[in-house]
Design a protein around this ligand. Sequence first.
Ligand code: HEM
Length: 230
Amino acid sequence: MGDVVLRHPLSSRIVHFVNMICWYGLFITGILVYLKLVSNSERALLMKLHIFFGAILTFVIAAYLALTPERAMLFVQEVLNWDKDTIAWWKNFGGYPYKFLGKTKLYKYIEKFWFAKPGCPPQTKYNAGQKLLGLTVIASLFILGFTGWFLYFFREALGKNGVYLFFNLHLWIAILVTLFVTFVHIPLVIVNWPDFVSMFRIGSGTVPVEWAKEHNPKWFENDVAKLEEK
Ligand code: HEM
């Protein structure tokens, strides 16, 4: 095996895994009940499961924040770190449209558009799209947790309009973020296979040095190389 660098430490991988299972568990149970696709008795069971997934997720995130606050802080700092190259990434979505469509006939028609240009400005540990995902997930976990537990424990205190507002925020944020994760995040992490392997394999969450240099040159130069020097 060639040289590798640590990309996803164990605590982040555990939180990501639990979040992934609980998120889809919450989404499926919630949607089945909302769309009334189940009988009344199944509905009660699914709601119990919904609360169960919510409790596990809340507990694991609270434990992550309490036990590894420095890790959580590094993640927040990274997703808030928007420099000129992060902004430049949005000019052509980091070259992904070119990468996917550049060899197809469709490219002939779209090549004059800004989003179809090749090339990717140098990115830090996460590219601009991953930073947007990170910010979206932090905000949505907070809003979904807050509205969900408030509806569960203090429903009466909210009044009719309050329940309507909290419920719709809960529902629509869950739907929008699930669509984003399912149709953007998951396909893109599969394309970036070494990153996918480092997130899910049994063992260390490392990626090859060459991959890190190519995909996240600023991360490699500013953080990884400095650590090596110490
Ligand atoms: C089958 C489902 C999923 C797969 C296969 C998957 C895969 C991955 C992989 C490989 C990474 C590392 C690459 C990267 O940083 O972009 C990652 C990171 C991330 N994923 Fe997912 N993911 C899934 C579901 C979710 C869900 C449901 C959420 C949240 C709603 C989520 C939020 C995130 C976030 C915030 C990161 C960056 C944080 C980190 O690197 O620890 N993922 N995911």
